[in-house]
Write a protein that binds this ligand. Structure first.
Ligand code: PLP
Length: 438
């Protein structure tokens, strides 16, 4: 049945708050994509979340598929996390000294993960990756790293680098303030390209410390790689005695408790975590074999520290969340639910012949306004197609569905998305697409 045009949601309070925020923060925000620059309207200021729902300052209610950009695999305000955090709060917020909670979270992770033997907690994904890179450099005694075009690894200097022109390039800084000499240590290569990696190793023989790749690249669309390609990266790094780093800030505890490493059945040398590991609190981590981690200070010469590392309140949130994820049935049911949701949208868009593909893995999905059957490299994304996403995002908000404010961002299904809400979301998505393609 025809959906009919929906009026825009009221944003009066959000607009007021945004005006104020612009006096205080660059762009009115504390992280750039929140500024809604690539979608319609001013950013929504969030009042609270519960389960799969978000409420903004104007009282609009949304089914949330952004999930704080990934951490909230159990949904908002989960009672078990709240309870554990409240208990930790009663004892104090930070001690700058070891606590039993750090052991508890480490044990929970290491006992259920075959890929790493030791772990170090930090306070963000950025820190985790930055430290992993330093470890790789310290361990190998080499300076260069390979990263892939379209992978995001946080905002540390050597990773804020984009591809230059040409197959294998020294990076070009993608941010003002990053010295070109730093970017020169980062080699940027297109995803899904074996030749480029071989060329890089030939060209920089004995100089490459590591290849870093996202478990499944999910920051520039969802660029699902063939397992054979990941295996190739494993083989070529071994051959050249470089390390393979899986950045699992998104995929860790998302594709399964053991993340992308177990998903592919491939053992990387270092794994980085963030997002889900902290249950919504600021936690990141990196882990590796005991031998490799033995190079971290104070055991070894690679320095890394943090005033709030292993913060007890954050550890408590992580423990409560990860405890819920340990059973394989958790992921089975999340993935089944996600797959049914995504498949229904695929059927609808195919029946309507809309120029839209949904790429998905586990509970991660991405709307790509394209005819292409596969998108594996950043250069396969048509940037003009983001205009469709802009229109789609507005229609979705008007129908009570919240997605990340950029067409390059993926959506997440959480355990809190019930069948009923997914059904509602599906209808709203169908109606929104009808409007976009009208
Ligand atoms: N690595 C990946 C794969 C990410 O997706 C992100 C953030 O989105 C980061 C690293 C940086 O994490 P954080 O934002 O916690 O610093």
């Amino acid at each position: 049945q025809p959906s009919g045009k929906k009026g825009d949601i009221s944003r009066e309070k959000s607009a007021e708050l945004y005006a104020k925020a612009q006096q205080y923060f660059p762009g009115g925000v504390n992280s750039p994509v929140r500024a809604f620059k690539s979608v319609y309207g001013t950013p929504l200021f969030i009042e609270r979340g519960d389960g799969c729902f978000l409420w903004d300052a104007d009282g609009n209610k949304f089914i949330d598929f952004c999930c704080s950009w990934g951490p909230l695999i159990l949904g908002h305000n989960h009672p078990k996390i709240r309870e554990k955090v409240s208990k930790a709060l009663e004892k104090g917020l930070s001690f700058g000294a070891p606590t039993a909670l750090e052991n508890e979270l480490a044990e929970l992770i290491l006992k259920n993960n075959k890929c790493i033997e030791k772990i170090r907690f930090v306070s963000s994904g950025t820190e985790a990756v930055m430290s992993a890179i330093r470890l790789a450099r310290g361990y190998t005694g080499r300076d260069k790293i390979i990263k892939f075009e379209g992978c995001y690894h946080g905002h540390s200097d050597s990773l804020l680098v984009k591809a230059g022109s040409g197959l294998v390039t020294f990076g070009e800084t993608s941010s003002a303030g990053v010295p070109q000499s730093f970017a020169d240590e980062t080699i940027v290569i297109p995803l899904d390209d074996t030749k480029a990696v071989e060329t890089a190793f030939a060209q920089f023989d004995g100089q490459i410390a590591a290849i870093i790749i996202e478990g499944v690249p999910a920051n520039n669309g969802l660029l699902i790689q063939e397992p054979a390609y990941i295996q190739f990266l494993r083989d070529i790094t071994r051959k050249h005695r470089a390390l393979l780093i899986f950045d699992e800030v998104i995929t860790g505890f998302r594709l399964g408790f053991e993340g992308a490493a177990a998903y592919y059945g491939i053992q990387p040398d270092i794994i980085t975590y963030g997002k889900i590991i902290g249950g919504g609190m600021p936690v990141g981590a990196y882990g590796a074999s005991s031998e490799l981690m033995g190079h971290i200070s104070p055991d070894g010469g690679v320095y890394q520290a943090g005033t709030l590392s292993g913060n007890p309140v954050a550890m408590a949130a992580g423990i409560a969340q990860l405890s819920e994820l340990k059973s394989s049935s958790f992921y089975k049911s999340l993935h089944t639910k996600s797959n049914e949701f995504v498949e229904a949208i695929r059927r609808y868009t195919a029946a309507k012949n809309y120029k839209l593909k949904l790429f998905s893995v586990g509970s991660i999905f991405w709307f790509a306004f394209t005819d292409k059957e596969q998108i594996r490299a950043a250069s396969d994304i048509d940037h003009h197609s983001m205009e469709y996403y802009k229109a789609f995002h507005r229609e979705l908000l008007n129908r009570g569905i919240y997605f990340g404010p950029s067409g390059y961002e993926v959506g997440f299904v959480s355990a809190a998305h019930t069948k009923v809400e997914l059904e509602k979301a599906k209808r709203a998505i169908f109606e929104s697409l009808d409007e976009v393609f009208r």
